[in-house]
Design a protein around this ligand. Sequence first.
Ligand code: PLP
Length: 630
Amino acid sequence: MPSWGKGYFAVNDSGHIVVRPEKIVGQEIDLLTLVEDLHARGLTAPLLLRFSNLLTHRLRALRDSFASAMAENDYQGRYLAVYPIKVNQQRSVVEEVYRYGGDYGFGLEVGSKPELLAVMAMADDPSPRLIICNGFKDDDYIKTVILASKLGRAIVPVVEKLDELDLILKHAQRHGVRPRIGMRLKLASEGAGRWRGSAGAKSKFGLFVDEAITLFETLRGRGLEDCLELVHCHPGSQVHSISRVKDAIGELAHVYAELIGMGASGLRYLDVGGGLGVDYDGSQTNFPSSMNYTLEEYASEVVYRVSSVCAEKKVPHPTIVTESGRALAAYQSLLIVNVLGRSSLDGFEVDEDLDEIATAGAMTQPVLDLVEAQRDLSERRAVECYHNAIQAYEQALNLFNLGYLELAERGFAERLFWKTCSMIRSLVRRMPTVPDELQELETVMADTYFCNFSVFQSLPDSWAIDQIFPVAPIHRLDEKPIRRAVLADVTCDSDGKIDRFVDLQDIARTLPVHELVPGQDYYLGIFLTGAYQETLGDLHNLFGDTHVVHVGLDGEQGWGIEETVEGDTAAEVLSYLQYDVDALWARLEASCHRAVELDRVSETEAREILAFYRSELDGYTYLEPEGSPS
Ligand code: PLP
């Protein structure tokens, strides 16, 4: 936790995880207390918790890192961050970033027309803050940009394809606006990580250098050479290797300096895009879920590269702009899920007398082989018995499928096999070194803990791109976890599960968890989910948005609930998919009347059915504890 939590998460003396939104020991929120408090208010898990102070802290950390890098390098330009709203477009997140970023003059980045429609109305400060417009642009998108600049917004459309320039010039002329223009470069330096295709010659976006020169010459031809204000690149998201950052920034800085030399007198922003990583697994390595550099090193590299190119080419220092999204938003939210139950393979018991069965020899051969594998078991013969048991069990299953093994014998074989595996695992746990052949046993024998959430809705990157998120019980951490589990969600798909976890050496296939105690809730936290997860999620199995709770550092207990947004109801989710809920209701009502007429149900039962249906329509889409009000 100290590695991936970066000081924002810790464990207190009660064995509960606490959140320290500003990394201050003592100024902390006990997650279990918070979850129980919310439960008492009728907000049950799954819950998405958002910590606004943590978001503010990330903004400050970004600003401070660049401020000290600039001081170190005697940098004369400024630093600005623009928050790419696609990372988490929830109104409250964008508003918070915009509000808190005000002190530092930070702005926003949009990647589409709908995003721009939200931002242009919202960003109405008297002293305008930078709005950068990326993404594919049609006529209306550009018209919106030009109209926003007429309203006084500091808005810069970034040309991704040359024909966008014609649209900008057309609308600017029509509305009498001197446009501010940016352009995105297709750099030769490839990015790194999963999104490395965002940079490089084959990238979907940006201008080749030759096109960039054409753009500038076109502007110059119209006496608009000072309108080119910004050059931009985006090296891809979650860049895990600092060397890629260095290459991309060095190349972009050279483009900037050359354009200044060519007479681009208005060029003043060098926008290095996003890509600043998050160390999801805490390993601080060049691994896709990690990063081999810190925020401070990133800022220092960016500033150093830009200032050394500027010194070499004798051009003024530009304002450095970053579009970091993930690094800003990931830490602020976490998902709390409750465990509904488990299935395990080590609960099988064999009471039969195996010696007797072996002597009688009255069973099918593979079953007798399974009996032998268990009778022969010792630490020395563990590998041999494991192999024999696997082979015999496979043969038993084949015989059953061919009709040569009875159901009862198959059931016995199943019990025997898993009991033997369980006995071998106990031996393995005592061995000083585990033989290679038995390494897989912990994973094979892992429990499945069923958790109340949908991977597809709340953790799409875990399902789609094998992204690793830190997961941990939020309580009982003063107690040794004695089981190992994979986590299954409540959707009816077998890939609705988490089976890759943070580990000190590699990726762990199972998570250490505690034994479930009947009647007691067991909660797990899934951390660093604030970037990209919320709006990418889908409605698989019609599980909707979870409840969202905004928590701040104030109030009597040191923290308070700032805002709660209740999760989707079943009726809402149905209506997203064009079901007419009133029509469904009317049809069910008619069915109830018919059932009464046919004497299938009484009047009272019919009323109960309708009342229950209504309350379920108005209820949470996730599983709720018995008796909780819908
Ligand atoms: N800017 C652009 C143009 C992007 O496409 C992205 C995301 O891929 C970002 C910024 C944000 O990147 P990140 O979240 O990795 O900082």
